[in-house]
Design a protein around this ligand. Structure first.
Ligand SMILES: CCCCCCCCCCCCC[C@H](O)CC(=O)SCCNC(=O)CCNC(=O)[C@H](O)C(C)(C)COP(=O)(O)OP(=O)(O)OC[C@H]1O[C@@H](n2cnc3c(N)ncnc32)[C@H](O)[C@@H]1OP(=O)(O)O
Length: 262
């Protein structure tokens, strides 16, 4: 599939998705959002790819959120911005709720939908000059693509409300201090650090990793009985899998496992 507003490369079980509108701070208009959605569906459904890295092109921005200039132009022309906005607000990060891990490599500013993409990722490595926040209230919107219901689950409530109600951005060291990101690294080490996280994950059984992510997600959003009920189904699936046989056998034979993910 060829893309105009993102790049999508797969190598050695890792998919690298790059937002590719550096001239617009990698801001997302509807067309870019739809390409991103397509790439996630391919990543989710490709059995040969186990982890994704999401980053932005250029050195200035990871993603500046919705493309405000395009929205302004389309609103001025009487375009159906409301219709355009409806799917992404629900979908832009729902698609990320695929069971495979996604690592964000934050190469610059992540604002609005840019931070909402990060909140939907599982592991976040940021360049030392990255900044992030949810400035939607400053532009007449609200963080409806995951920011309002994810931020307060990932950092202390009052710190989250301070960010959500002011729209203020924070720098990478502060994001790391409050636990919003895993690591802050020199800019030139960003992609290598994200790749190192991916390499550590693909040494694990892909089936175990995916079921772990599903279990964590269900525990966050389902009532405890439903979450445990789904865990029982996951456990049965894992116990019946090749990986459940291969893992202990490889350990006993002191060799690297040969995972199949089935
Ligand atoms: C909502 C309708 C949706 C319609 C369908 C869209 C589908 C895609 C869905 C995306 C997710 C939407 C959900 C999300 O919750 C809603 C939002 O994201 S609202 C937007 C939130 N983002 C912002 O408010 C950020 C605005 N920008 C800034 O605050 C600053 O630019 C910055 C990011 C902090 C960077 O500051 P600086 O480093 O000082 O750089 P500049 O300000 O000088 O900017 C450089 C250059 O880039 C242009 N630019 C920056 N941000 C955007 C943007 N979001 N859209 C378009 N262009 C942007 C800026 O204008 C400058 O351009 P120049 O003037 O040099 O031509």
């Amino acid at each position: 599939m060829s893309y105009q507003f993102i790049t999508y490369e797969k190598r050695d079980r890792v998919a690298v998705v790059t937002l590719n509108r550096p001239e617009s701070m990698n801001a997302l208009h509807l067309e870019a959002h739809l390409e991103l959605q397509e790439a996630w569906e391919d990543f989710r459904d490709d059995p040969d790819v186990w982890v994704a890295i999401l980053t932005g092109a250029g050195d200035r921005a990871f993603c500046a959120g919705n493309d405000l200039k395009v929205t302004a132009e389309r609103t001025a022309r009487g375009g159906d911005v409301q219709g355009e906005a409806r799917p992404p607000f629900g979908r832009i990060t729902r698609d990320f709720d695929c069971p495979k891990p996604i690592i964000a490599a934050v190469n610059g500013v992540a604002a609005g939908g840019g931070l909402e993409l990060i909140l939907a990722c599982d592991i976040v490595v940021a360049s030392e000059h990255a900044r992030m926040g949810l400035p939607e209230p400053k532009v007449g919107l609200f963080a409806g693509a995951g920011g309002a219901h994810r931020l307060a689950r990932q950092i202390p409530f009052k710190v989250a409300m301070g960010m959500l109600l002011t729209g203020d951005l924070i720098d990478a060291p502060e994001a790391h201090r409050i636990g919003l990101i895993n690591e802050v690294v020199p800019h030139e080490e960003l992609i290598a650090t994200a790749q190192a996280w991916a390499d550590r994950i693909i040494r694990c059984s892909p089936l175990s990793v995916q079921l772990t992510k599903e279990a964590v997600f269900d525990a966050q959003f389902l009532n405890i009985d439903d979450a445990f009920r789904k865990d029982n189904g996951r456990r049965d699936r894992l116990l019946a899998s090749h990986d459940f046989v291969e893992g202990p056998r490889a350990f006993a034979e002191k060799r690297q496992p040969e995972w199949t993910g089935r």
